[in-house]
Design a protein. Structure first.
Length: 568
């Protein structure tokens, strides 16, 4: 018999967006339950130390008095290349400034210049002004600051629990079905639900996300019938492969390091078009770490990926052996690297990267998805009662995203979604119990538990990651995308005859299903968009096409997925 729990607001995910949504909903008098697949305060992307620092955009005008929320908004729109929703971009830019003082009140310390005592603010990716505040150890400080706040409120925290299905009754979301680590089903009945389980980095061989980031939020929204938007726009970054996988600070490209293959030979030049220099590409690359087709920096990732895929076992190395403190100090005053060099160097050393003595192995990594479940200004999705915030939400970003905009998006829309969800919940008298849907989901989970096939879930996940990394990560074309979709179909067929032995493998099968659904959605819209725009690169359509000033939305109805376009 399944356990049934009732709440006003159900928050799925406990990263920056989930914590803020739960905090705001509870402060407004709603009964709040937070469900997390892992351990509260440790699971999710925000708490994951993926890089030496994180950026946090807010146009407070401290470093640049001429900066303003309006300038921030204009930068979001310019970076989005027509794909960001202007209303959501305006909400984000306007709401960003107050989140700085809010987080400081919780104990979050942004890095400051020792000499002046002011915030260190640098020009982030695709930005026109320096407004990106610096957080050491990525977003971990935000989660640590929220822990005592959440624990001090009457918020129910349910850990090690996997949400498998959203419940939609008479067109509105009324809760979810879940499975705990012991394999027991739990039904959460809720007057409002906030999706805050973003990211799908585990779709790829190389990713800078933790192992639990398996596309859960997108898959839940898609299967519930919500619209997803901008899913083809996914950030790709260069990171270190060995001895640890970590994001490589973009400012390092400004010192013109050498790109070498496994034999120690320089290879970058052979992938450059006539008239484009390595120096030009790297200097441009130092202004934004994500891959983008908007400028010549794109040839850095294209060259790295092509060289790695040239033959099985190929490696790419970055030679930083000539980088010294003195060389960094001698960089022009306009170069941001000297400001963050002590943090960058310390981070590399702590990760075991002896970059002064030997080249570092690097590769192209999946990072954040710029799209997601389509939301309105309060985080409301196209399904009443269902809200979304953080990386899982689509609309505030476009074809490219400003560096430092994701963490602030979690706070701005996490707060708005939490408040709106509480308001909706407190205005309702009763909860409905969708018996048929619950019975259907529990029956499906029972069937999964009883599978005794021959296929290995671990091998299928590796096959999916390899297929997506080769055919979709950086270089996309019609044959590669069609091949990816065919491979996904094949893995889906294999999953139906997977070998399930114990609760852990049920969990793994559920994660794999989510990855397959999200991978197919990304591949499908990437195949639809026959142009190159921002982070979406079609080798067979390498130019931006103004005729494609349209967003692609994807939705699942009656088990079938279809896309449609809307003018931007």
């Amino acid at each position: 018999m399944e356990e049934i729990r009732e709440t006003d607001v159900l928050v799925i995910g406990c990263g920056g967006a989930g914590c803020r949504a739960a905090y705001e909903a509870c402060r407004r008098g709603a009964r709040v339950t937070v469900v997390t697949k892992g351990r509260f305060g440790r699971s999710g992307t925000t708490a994951f130390r993926v890089a030496d620092t994180a950026g946090y955009n807010a146009a407070d005008g401290v470093v640049d008095p001429d900066d303003s929320p309006e300038e921030h908004y204009q930068d979001i729109i310019a970076a989005g290349l027509g794909m960001a929703y202007p209303g959501l971009a305006q909400v984000l830019a306007t709401g960003a400034v107050e989140t700085i003082s809010f987080l400081q009140s919780l104990g979050v310390n942004f890095e400051k210049d020792v000499a002046t005592g002011r915030f260190i603010e640098v020009k982030g990716c695709f930005a026109s002004r320096p407004r990106m505040h610096i957080l050491k150890d990525h977003g971990e400080r935000i989660i640590k600051a929220f822990l005592p706040q959440i624990e001090g409120l009457p918020i129910a925290i349910v850990e090690d629990t996997f949400i498998t299905r959203l419940l939609v009754q008479e067109g509105r979301c009324v809760g979810a079905v879940a499975l705990n680590r012991e394999g027991a089903p739990i039904v959460f009945l809720a007057k409002a639900v906030v999706l805050a389980a973003g990211g799908a980095g585990q779709l790829f061989t190389y990713t800078l996300t933790p192992p639990d980031i398996t596309g859960d939020g997108y898959a839940l929204g898609l299967r519930a019938g919500a619209d997803l938007v901008n899913m083809e726009f996914m950030q790709v970054v260069v990171g270190t492969v060995s001895p640890t996988m970590n994001q490589l600070n973009a400012f390092l490209w400004s010192i013109q390091p050498q790109l070498l293959n496994g034999e120690g030979e320089s290879f970058f030049g052979k992938y450059l078009p006539v008239g484009v220099t390595a120096e030009e590409c790297m200097m441009t690359k130092s202004t934004h770490f994500p891959f983008s087709t908007r400028d010549c920096s794109k040839f850095v990732e294209i060259a790295i990926q092509k060289e790695v895929l040239r033959e099985e076992g190929s490696r790419v190395l970055l030679d930083l052996t000539g980088v010294t403190d003195a060389r960094v100090r001698d960089l022009p005053a306009s170069n941001p690297l000297p400001k963050v060099w002590p943090i960058v160097k310390d981070f590399l050393h702590r990760r075991g990267l002896a970059f002064e003595r030997e080249p570092v192995q690097i590769g192209c990594f999946a990072h954040a998805i710029n799209g997601g479940v389509k939301i309105d200004a309060d985080g409301g999705t196209t399904i009443p009662g269902l809200y979304a915030a953080g990386e899982v939400a689509g609309g505030p970003h476009g074809a490219d995203r400003l560096g430092g905009n994701m963490l602030v998006t979690c706070q701005v829309f996490g707060a708005r979604a939490g408040r709106a969800a509480a308001k909706m919940a407190l205005g309702m008298d009763s909860l409905s119990f969708p018996k048929a849907q619950v019975a259907q989901e529990i029956e499906a989970l029972d069937r999964l538990r009883q599978q005794r096939g021959s296929e290995s879930i671990e091998e299928m996940r590796l096959d999916l990651q390899k297929a997506m990394w080769k055919g979709l990560l950086v270089i996309r074309n019609a044959p590669s995308l069609e091949k990816v979709l065919k491979q996904i179909t094949g893995i889906q067929d294999r999953l139906r005859v997977a070998r399930i032995q114990g609760g852990e493998q049920i969990w793994m099968a559920l994660e794999l299903q989510n990855l397959l659904d999200v991978g197919a959605a990304i591949a499908r819209v990437a195949l639809d968009r026959t142009e190159s725009r921002g982070s979406h690169y079609r080798e067979d359509y390498p130019a931006l096409d103004r005729g494609w000033n349209k967003r692609i939305l994807i939705r699942q109805e009656n088990g079938k997925t279809h896309t449609r376009q809307e003018l931007a």
